[in-house]
Design a protein around this ligand. Structure first.
Ligand SMILES: [Zn+2]
Length: 558
């Protein structure tokens, strides 16, 4: 009995402080430069939470990327978008580290990847490795930082995950040191009211007044309904002014904890549920993300350690609602909001939502809409609650409209191809008027098919313009003996590039595609068989099936 008691005592601190759950001197800095972040774990991005930290690389590429600890390469993924070139390393302590947007891998990894790329004849590969394929030593250089994939500037995206579940964990919980003595900043505070029927009002701005660096307050808020709040804000570290996400927010009523959310970890499957945390319709209208401090039924995120619906009732008394926003180093600000009951305040009225969204979608049902030339299948739980949406097919356009609600599951769309013209495809236009490619995949019944989370206007258009190829830094018939690369610009006016292929002297060669630069490039390596006169053939195809082939001659003396 006594020994059991000791065990309980000794594990208790781990339950109280989440930061002690993770080994804090196991992983080292993955770069040999001071760590400055332009992205935090958990911060809000479009339809997802950011799953790692973004480390700045002085606006340059090519910094040595060092394994954070010993282990083995468990996965290598190369993709045009997403993480670009990425390495996953499994460590013996049960965690995985991920290094993304790399410019290049180290020689042994590069060789390993190329073997599969040539075998598959594809730049894009996703390889899962065995523990003895590529062992990694502590502090080994695994590659070089870059800007590949969906990256908007040179940086290293670094992640830590629990290997068994692939759950993303905040890398800063592993003791990686970032100098930070600055407090989070709250840009704007918003009030939400809820009536007896459950209707929640639109947010209204509450003015903040500063008492000192860490303490803010507001005017008295008079109310006679349930209320809660939302805020937008950011956190900055010492060495840069980048606006990163706030680590932790807690709320209190008269000193009692209501809610506590902290970005310690999350599963990738829950990432899209970010749209249940932010005020999604406000974001669509105003491009500002308000983090709601109340929790609606559809929000089942695992970021909360105390979870309450977050609306407070202060009828018949005066109370203080407190918000505390903290960074991972414990720097914080508080906002005190005095709430006063006042029965003369007008009740909120459930304003009838925009009547143009006329079709009620019951969240517990699935729907099949069939029109003359199109059909839509909406699975159960697509919007996570009952929602109103406009659905019709009129004038050759399929309308699925309500831009202010988030879509959590794929909607299936079929749309009849009206004629056999080459280059037809299904396009979608969003509520801001941006048109984009949706599908060119035809089923045997001559319908374009698509699974999507995008609502808007769907219609058929035609792209008859072939993609274009232009050599970079050389002309047909040139000597290129001094060049390290053979590069081409590839562009497409309408539907966009679907695939490309490069051959030298009839053999498939690895051309890397950087969509942000509209560029494909081959780096002369051992796959190139030296000949003085060479022919390079580039073939590209757009999404609508238009293709273009061009052959160039080049000379090289090595
Ligand atoms: Zn990132």
């Amino acid at each position: 009995m006594k020994s059991l008691f000791i065990i309980i005592l000794s594990i208790t601190p781990f339950l109280i402080n989440s930061q002690t759950k993770y080994p804090t001197n196991y992983f080292s800095n993955p770069l040999q430069i001071p760590l400055i972040l332009n992205g935090n774990f958990g911060e809000s991005r479009s339809n997802h939470f950011h799953s790692g930290i973004d480390i700045k690389t002085k606006f340059k590429e090519g910094f040595k990327v060092i394994s954070a600890a010993e282990g083995y390469v468990s996965r290598i993924k190369v993709s045009h978008g997403g993480f670009g070139k990425a390495i996953y390393i499994n460590h013996p302590n049960g965690y995985t580290t991920v290094y993304a947007h790399l410019k290049k891998f180290n020689n042994s990894i590069e060789k390993f990847v190329k073997r599969f790329q040539y075998k598959k004849q594809s730049y894009e590969v996703d390889l899962y490795l065995k523990s003895d394929d590529l062992k990694i030593l502590n502090n080994e250089i695994i590659g070089f930082s870059g800007n590949t994939g969906s990256s908007s500037g040179p940086h290293l995206h670094f992640e830590t995950r629990k290997t068994s579940s692939q759950k993303a964990i905040n890398p800063l919980l592993f003791g990686i040191e970032i100098k930070d003595t600055r407090r989070p900043t709250v840009n704007s505070l918003y009030l939400y009211k809820k009536d007896k029927s459950g209707y929640i009002s639109e947010p209204s701005k509450v003015v903040l007044s500063k008492i000192n660096d860490s303490t803010f307050t507001t005017e008295k808020i008079k109310l006679n309904s349930l209320v809660s709040f939302g805020l937008s804000g950011f956190d900055r570290q010492d060495l840069a002014n980048n606006k990163n996400g706030i680590y932790e927010i807690s709320t209190f009523l008269d000193g009692n904890l209501i809610n506590l959310m902290s970005f310690d970890s999350f599963f990738f499957e829950e990432s899209i549920k970010i749209n249940t945390l932010i005020d999604y319709s406000y974001y669509i209208k105003n491009k500002e993300r308000i983090l709601k401090l109340f929790i609606e039924e559809e929000n089942d995120l695992s970021i909360y350690s105390k979870k309450n619906n977050g609306f407070v009732d202060v009828t018949q008394r005066t109370s203080i609602y407190k918000i505390k926003a903290s960074d991972i180093k414990g720097n914080y600000i508080t906002i005190d909001i005095p709430l006063v009951y006042d029965k003369t305040i007008k009740k909120i009225t459930t304003n009838s939502q925009n009547i143009s969204y006329s079709k009620l979608i019951d969240n517990n049902l699935k729907y099949d809409f069939n029109f003359k030339n199109s059909s839509i299948n909406i699975p159960k739980n697509t919007f996570l609650k009952n929602r109103k949406i406009k659905i019709e097919h009129f004038n050759d356009t399929l309308k699925i409209i309500n831009p202010y609600i988030a879509v959590y599951k794929n909607i299936k769309i079929k749309f009849k191809n009206p004629n056999s013209n080459k280059g037809n495809y299904l396009a979608v236009k969003d509520h801001e008027g941006n048109e984009s490619f949706a599908s060119s995949k035809l089923n045997p019944l001559n319908y374009f098919e698509l699974k999507t989370k995008k609502t808007g206007l769907y219609y058929i258009i035609n792209d008859s313009i072939s993609p274009m190829i232009k050599p970079i830094k050389f002309k047909n018939g040139d000597w290129v003996s001094d060049e390290k690369y053979l590069k081409f610009k590839i562009t497409d006016k309408e539907s966009g590039i679907k695939k490309y292929k490069g051959k030298i002297n009839g053999k498939w060669m690895l051309f890397e595609y950087e969509y942000k630069k509209n560029q494909i490039s081959y780096e002369f390596d051992s796959n190139y068989l030296s000949k003085s006169k060479n022919e390079v053939e580039i073939e590209i195809e757009d999404m609508a099936g238009n293709s273009f082939i061009k052959t160039y001659t080049f000379y090289r003396d090595n």
